[in-house]
Design a protein around this ligand. Structure first.
Ligand code: BGC
Length: 752
């Protein structure tokens, strides 16, 4: 495809037609110019391809663990492999662009679509998205990073206005998009349904032009979410390239906007060029493949196995010994809870059955225990009978699809009552209980803590989940997943409690940058299971933290190395997490933030040195009054550990920066504030001397709290000559002079 040539031959109507889909899942073709039709499909957890009009009839494909699970692997190489397999399956079905991954924020565990997003931490989300995108696009299939931006709830998702301050917007919600654009350059980005600070995301020039194009230098296609275009011409004028799905009934609006001059030919050509570029990339990479479904299934099992998080393991009940008798309980064992609902719901190629997988290790007896969210005396009695006398019991519980899905938010964070009741009932007859939780996001576990010896957070683990869980339970796989989101003790402890999901069409991000562990950690609120937490069947020791230098300029890289030793008796993998704490900052910052991580595999007794590199972005934060990120000079603590609450080694680094972030002092700042600032201290000391006010003066405290502009009125009140005071006032507040000049002017006024 020669894009320049095509563009010069297209009529305006044809150009406009290219700015919308042809069908629900394809882009417009122009036959006479050999512009082909290319296909797109969901989504982040594998290929969900429904070529017909019935969207629930989907072609079989490998179902991967949900994004929360993928992030919990903390294994970027593995996630890249997952992306690669999804891309190969796209080729198989002639799909050009996979609609994923999603990198929206997880401010509340209640958000119905949390399972489709990686983490509460923007760094982890950005790294995982980059890995997945690189995996997919490395095979010549495009991705669509979604939903840009601040689409963090399902309630009223089409009309809700997310009111978010600039720091939270940039540091938390835009950060993963920014990172993925820099590290993986997705072929396309999907704009969000919602409004951000009053403007629909699909027609916000600030989001789509100022930030995405001008600041992030993004050069791919921006497409709308399905049915998310509000004002078609305004959207295209303000940065949207493609309205989806098609066909659009509104092309005439755009023709009119072109005719009346609102849509310039330059803008139209830019949008069309972006769309043609995407079509060309997909077309150039179109190829026949043969899919090794068994190998893909094994990768899905691998990702599932690395994603499961061993939350607790009292008296090392796990791993079970092969041959120990085992009761297996829960409807989820047969009605597998392996994927999320909505647009990422797939038709798995090959689904592992839990009981089959367990039978490789031991004989099992099964009871249902509940159906969906309900139980009965009969079901409980039957389950107790099965559990009685067995060496161990494993109970599968969690959120049902009725509880969490795309389209609606969860009502609370609790497990279904029936599931809690079941666990506690089994405890009456057998104390060796291991619970496996299937859920897309954090749940409260306090109601089952006393009755359980071990808990595994298994997420919604995709088609290989059954195999993964059996191997973990019997120690064939040593668990190495770490929580990609905090499990608070209860919903009330979450920073959005009381105002998520907002009222009517407004949701306010009152918690600002204090999302997830940034909140619990800074406010010292105890959690049930911390961000980054996850146990292993072995232990790891951290030692010898070393820096490439004790002081750096903020533009230099800092190389951090730490020795990790496997001190247990089995092979295992550890996720080494590096957090940065800013010792002193002009504006408030979270106590610490994840800035690097590395997953290392060690055989028993082995030590490896893990090396991590920190750049400027590890130290910077967003300064609203400068409207950009900045690094402040000073000390930073580098904290390395096994979870956000289990820091093992730390060291201070001095970072130098020339950036000045402080807002210059003005007349509304108080005497005390002028005293505290190095620049203005001398001026105010001099003024206080002139009016004879020192620490012993009865009005000292009052004067300290006055805005500086009021000091002069006070001086007059005390009878100082008016002309003299006016001159002082002019000297101090007149024009913005250096402190030295102001002092000189004060001297002059005094001499006169
Ligand atoms: C979802 C998108 C999805 C699209 C197409 C929308 O409802 O928000 O994530 O890609 O549907 O299925």
């Amino acid at each position: 495809m020669d894009i320049k040539n095509i563009l010069s031959n297209l009529t305006v109507e044809e150009k406009i037609s290219l700015l919308a889909g042809k069908t629900a899942w394809s882009l417009m073709d122009i036959e006479r110019l050999n512009v082909p039709e290319i296909f797109v499909t969901d989504g982040p957890h594998g290929v969900r391809w429904s070529p017909g009009s019935n969207f629930s009839e989907t072609k079989p494909a490998t179902s991967l663990p949900i994004e929360s699970a993928m992030a919990s692997t903390f294994n970027t190489e593995l996630i890249k492999e997952a992306g690669k397999l999804a891309a190969i399956e796209c080729h198989h079905y002639d799909i050009g662009v996979l609609l994923g991954p999603g990198v929206n924020g997880k401010r509340s565990p209640l958000a119905g679509r949390n399972f489709e997003y990686y983490s509460e931490d923007p760094f982890l989300s950005g790294k995982m998205a980059s890995a997945f995108i690189n995996g997919v696009q490395g095979q010549g299939i495009g991705t669509c990073l979604k939903h840009f931006a601040v689409n963090d709830q399902e309630t009223r998702r089409i009309t809700i206005n997310a009111e978010v301050d600039q720091r939270a917007l940039h540091e938390i919600y835009l950060a993963p998009f920014k990172m993925a654009i820099k590290e993986a350059n997705p072929w396309s980005i999907m704009s969000a349904y919602n409004k951000v600070n009053g403007e629909h995301a699909c027609q916000s020039a600030n989001l789509l032009i100022d930030i995405l194009r001008d600041e992030y230098k993004y050069n791919g296609v921006v497409m709308s979410d399905w049915g998310g275009t509000i004002d078609k011409s305004l959207s295209h004028i303000n940065g949207l390239d493609l309205e989806m799905p098609g066909p659009s009934g509104r092309n005439v609006e755009l023709v009119n906007a072109y005719k009346n001059g609102k849509l310039s030919i330059e803008t139209l050509d830019t949008r069309v060029t972006n769309v043609l570029n995407l079509i060309k990339k997909a077309e150039d990479n179109r190829r026949d493949v043969s899919v090794d479904w068994n190998q893909h299934h094994r990768i899905a099992q691998e990702v599932a196995a690395e994603s499961m998080v061993l939350l607790k393991n009292e008296e090392n009940i796990l791993p079970f010994k092969k041959g120990d008798t085992l009761a297996v309980i829960g409807d989820f064992v047969k009605e597998l809870r392996f994927q999320g609902g909505g647009s990422s719901k797939m038709n798995p190629m090959k689904l592992d059955e839990i009981l089959d997988e367990l039978s490789i290790f031991t004989e099992t007896s099964y009871a249902t225990g509940y159906t969906k969210g309900k139980t009965s005396n009969d079901l409980l009695e039957e389950a107790k009978n099965v559990a009685k006398g067995k060496d161990n019991v494993v109970i599968f519980i969690g959120t049902t699809e009725e509880i969490e899905s795309e389209g609606y938010d969860r009502q609370d964070m609790k497990l279904p009552n029936a599931h809690i009741q079941l666990v506690n009932a089994i405890y009456e007859v057998n104390k060796n209980i291991v619970v496996v939780i299937n859920s897309g996001s954090a749940v409260e576990t306090r109601q089952i803590e006393k009755s359980t010896s071990a808990i595994i957070q298994a997420w919604l683990p995709g088609e290989g989940g059954g195999n993964a869980i059996a191997r973990i339970l019997f120690g064939d796989v040593n668990p190495s997943g770490k929580l990609s989101e905090t499990f608070p003790i209860c919903l009330e402890n979450n920073p959005t409690y009381g105002f998520f999901p907002g009222f009517k069409d407004l949701t306010t991000y009152n918690e600002s940058i204090f999302v997830g562990y940034r909140y619990y950690d800074t406010k010292k609120i105890k959690t049930q299971y911390a961000f980054g937490h996850g146990l292993s069947y072995t232990n790891f020791e951290y030692s010898n933290i070393n820096f490439s230098s004790k002081e750096i300029d903020c533009n230099q890289k800092l190389v951090v190395s730490v020795d990790i030793t496997n001190t247990g008796s089995v092979e295992g993998k550890e996720v080494v997490q590096l957090y940065v704490h800013d010792c002193e900052s002009y504006l408030v910052r979270p106590y610490k933030e994840l800035k690097s991580f590395s997953k290392v595999s060690l055989i028993a007794g082995e030590t490896k040195t893990v090396v991590m590199e920190l750049g400027k972005d590890a130290f910077e934060y967003f300064i609203p009054h400068l409207n950009r990120f900045s690094v402040e000079s000073g000390d930073f603590k580098v904290l390395v550990g096994s979870s956000s609450e289990d820091i093992r080694v730390e060291e201070i680094i001095k970072v130098h920066s020339n950036d000045v972030v402080a807002i210059p002092m003005d007349e509304n700042d108080t005497v005390l504030e002028w005293l505290r600032e190095k620049e203005t201290n001398k001026i105010i000391v001099k003024l206080l001397k002139i009016i004879n006010i020192n620490e012993d003066h009865p009005l000292y405290a009052i004067v300290l709290g006055l805005p500086v502009k009021r000091v002069f009125a006070v001086m007059k009140m005390f009878g100082a000559p008016e002309a003299f005071i006016n001159q002082l006032e002019m000297a101090v507040l007149g024009d913005r002079n250096s402190s030295l000049m102001i002092l000189r002017k004060i001297e002059e006024a005094m001499i006169k």
